[in-house]
Design a protein around this ligand. Sequence first.
Ligand code: FDM
Length: 210
Amino acid sequence: MKKSRGALIVLEGLDKSGKTTQIKSCLEILKADGLDVCQLSFPDRTTSTGQLISSFLREQTILDDRAVHLLFSANRWEKWKEMNEWLSNGTSILVDRYAYSGVAYTASKGYDLDWCLGPDKGLIAPDLVVYLSASSTVLESRSGYGEERYENKAFQSRVSETFEKLKTKKWLTVYSDRPIEEVTHDIITPMRNTIRGCLSGSLESGTLWK
Ligand code: FDM
């Protein structure tokens, strides 16, 4: 259904690909343009599911892979109502990781892709997914790499292959091993256009996984 609303824009990519930095700089620019924009990150480590996930990622808690997959999804569903309200009120949201990370990380452990897609079915579909790509050598050299679970070359390479399977025509892939301003320059116009398209009511809303 088409009506005026905010846009849901997701940034995806491997660990240390620059998502958080880009969200920060794009948010500043979009706000300076006078647009109503906010940001979110998944996992949201502030909720009770988020604290359990955070402890798992810091390798302080052992959880079954399938249980943790469901926790990551629950952590997104917890925000669904609030996100829906923001979008309906015309606020656009920039999101640092979403269900694509959920599927890419769990499927890369060998679990069936269809099973991995299930729990997030029905979440709000993004209007744009910006995928930041960089070589594993570059990512490994970034500060903090290796401090959490999953941050190793072999696993990240499998995650990167799984992300490729999830790409649709709403994805924009941008090489992120460049100066921050250059990457921002390449993604800010598609973001602005998406937000304006949603505000003018010319973009259809949808749900995952359509
Ligand atoms: N991750 C993130 C998942 O495995 N599933 C998910 O659904 C999401 C959202 O958690 F390794 C993984 C991806 C990454 C870690 O790291 C979160 P950051 O640094 O908070 O993005």
